[in-house]
Design a protein around this ligand. Structure first.
Ligand code: NAD
Ligand code: LMR
Length: 327
C-alpha cells in the first residue's frame, strides 16, 4: 500500500515516517514537504525494510499523492507557550485547505488522516473543501485524536499502578482535540471507583496534556515523538483494515452526516456536526460510529460531553466558514 506523509520533514513528520518505513503493510512511502523531504526520504531509503521510499518537495505534490491509499497530514505550525491550538488557525487553515485541494485533485480516493491543529477546525475545513470539489467521501476523512487516548491510557495506568499496555481496554477518549472538548471515558466501573480520589486530576491531565509538553519544550514546539507513536498507531489501524482485517473501537474525529450512526449521535448530542467516537472500519474507511459508549457514561462524563459539544460548535463553524469563504 502507498502511504503519503505531507509535512514529512517536521518534528512529527520525521519520526512518523520512520515508523511507517518499519511497517510491513507499507510498500511505498511517499514523503512530501515544502522543504527537505528528499533528504529525509534518502536517509530512510537505506533502512533494510522492503518498502520503497521517495521524497518530494515544493511543486511536486501531485507526484507525491498520486495512487496513495492513505494520506497523513502533520503539516503546519506547532504551538509555543501561551498559545491555544486555535491561535494556530490563522496559518494552518490555509495550509490544510491547500493540501486537501491537492488531495481532491490527485488522490481523491485516499483515506485522509489529519493531524494538523486545530483538529476541531481543520477537519471541517477538509470536509468542506472536498465537498465543494464534489470529492467528499465522509468516511475517508479522519481527525487524529489518538494522542489523547495514548495519554489517557498512560495516566490511568500511572494513577492505578497498572500495566500501560493493557489500559487501552480501560479508557477511551471522545469529543474533540483541545482542552475541554477532550472527554476521557472510563470503560469499567470498578476502575471508576478506584480512580475516584484522582479523577479531577486525571481528567485535567488528559485535557491539557498537550500544554504539559508545550511548556516543557519551552518554545521549541509541541508533542512530536508521542504524536508520531499515536499517528502510527492510528495509521496502522487503517492499513490493517485496508488489508481486510476487521478493526473497531478506534476513536477518530469525524463528520457525522453521511456515516452510519452519525445522525443518531447528532440528535443525541444536540446537533453537533463533528465528534470523535470509537468507529468501525471497513476497507480503511469509517463504516459506522459506535454509539454504545454514549449510553454508559457516568454523570460526570455526561457533563464533560456537554461542555465539549458547546465549545466544539464554534470551532467547527470557524473551520466551515473559512473553507467556504477563503480563496
Ligand atoms: P513542525 O513545524 O516541526 O513541522 C511541520 C512541517 O510542516 C514542517 O516541516 C513544514 O515545512 C511543513 N509544512 C508547512 N506547510 C506545508 C505545506 N503547505 N505542505 C507540506 N508541508 C508543509 O511541526 P510539528 O511539531 O511536526 O507539528 C505539526 C502540526 O501537528 C502542528 O499543527 C501541531 O499543532 C500538530 N499536532 C497535532 C497533534 C494531534 O494530536 N493531532 C499532536 C501534536 C501536534
Ligand atoms: C497535543 O495534544 O500535544 C497537540 O495537539 C499539540 C499541542 O498543541 O498541544
Amino acid at each position: 500500500m502507498k502511504v503519503a506523509i505531507v509535512g514529512a520533514s517536521g518534528g512529527i513528520g520525521q519520526p512518523l515516517s520512520l515508523l511507517m518505513k518499519l511497517d510491513p503493510l507499507v510498500t511505498e512511502l511517499s514523503l512530501y514537504d515544502v522543504r527537505s523531504a528528499p533528504g529525509v526520504a534518502q536517509d530512510l531509503s537505506h533502512i533494510s525494510t522492503n518498502s520503497v521510499c521517495q521524497g518530494f518537495e515544493k511543486e511536486e505534490i501531485a507526484k507525491a499523492l498520486q495512487g496513495a491509499h492513505v494520506v497523513i497530514v502533520p503539516a503546519g505550525v506547532p504551538r509555543k507557550p501561551g498559545m491555544t491550538r486555535d491561535d494556530l488557525f490563522k496559518i494552518n487553515a490555509s495550509i490544510v485547505k491547500g493540501i486537501v485541494t491537492s488531495m481532491g485533485q490527485y488522490a481523491p480516493q485516499a483515506r485522509l488522516l489529519i493531524i494538523s491543529n486545530p483538529v476541531n477546525s481543520t477537519v471541517p475545513i477538509a470536509v468542506e473543501t472536498l465537498k465543494s470539489m464534489g470529492k467528499l467521501q465522509p468516511g475517508n476523512v479522519m481527525g487524529v485524536t489518538t494522542l489523547d487516548c495514548v495519554r489517557a491510557e498512560t495516566f490511568l495506568a500511572e494513577y492505578l499502578g497498572r500495566d500501560k499496555s493493557e489500559c487501552n481496554k480501560d479508557v477511551s477518549v471522545i469529543g474533540g482535540h483541545s482542552g475541554n472538548t477532550i472527554v476521557p471515558v472510563l470503560l469499567n466501573s470498578t476502575l471508576r471507583e478506584k480512580l475516584k480520589p484522582y479523577y479531577q486530576e486525571f481528567v485535567h491531565r488528559v485535557q491539557f496534556g498537550g500544554d504539559e509538553v508545550v511548556k516543557a519544550k519551552a518554545g521549541a514546539g509541541s508533542a512530536t515523538l508521542s504524536m508520531a507513536f499515536a499517528g502510527y498507531r492510528f495509521a496502522n489501524s487503517i492499513l490493517r483494515s485496508l488489508s481486510g482485517e476487521k478493526v473497531s473501537g478506534v476513536p477518530t474525529f469525524v463528520y457525522l452526516s453521511g456515516i452510519n450512526g452519525g445522525p443518531e449521535v447528532k440528535s443525541k448530542l444536540g446537533n453537533v456536526e463533528y465528534f470523535s467516537l470509537p468507529v468501525f472500519l471497513s476497507n480503511g474507511t469509517v463504516s459506522k460510529v459506535d454509539l454504545s459508549i454514549l449510553s454508559s457514561l457516568s454523570s460526570q462524563e455526561k457533563e464533560l460531553v456537554k461542555d465539549s459539544v458547546r465549545q466544539l460548535a464554534s470551532n467547527i463553524e470557524k473551520g466551515k466558514k473559512f473553507a467556504l469563504g477563503a480563496k
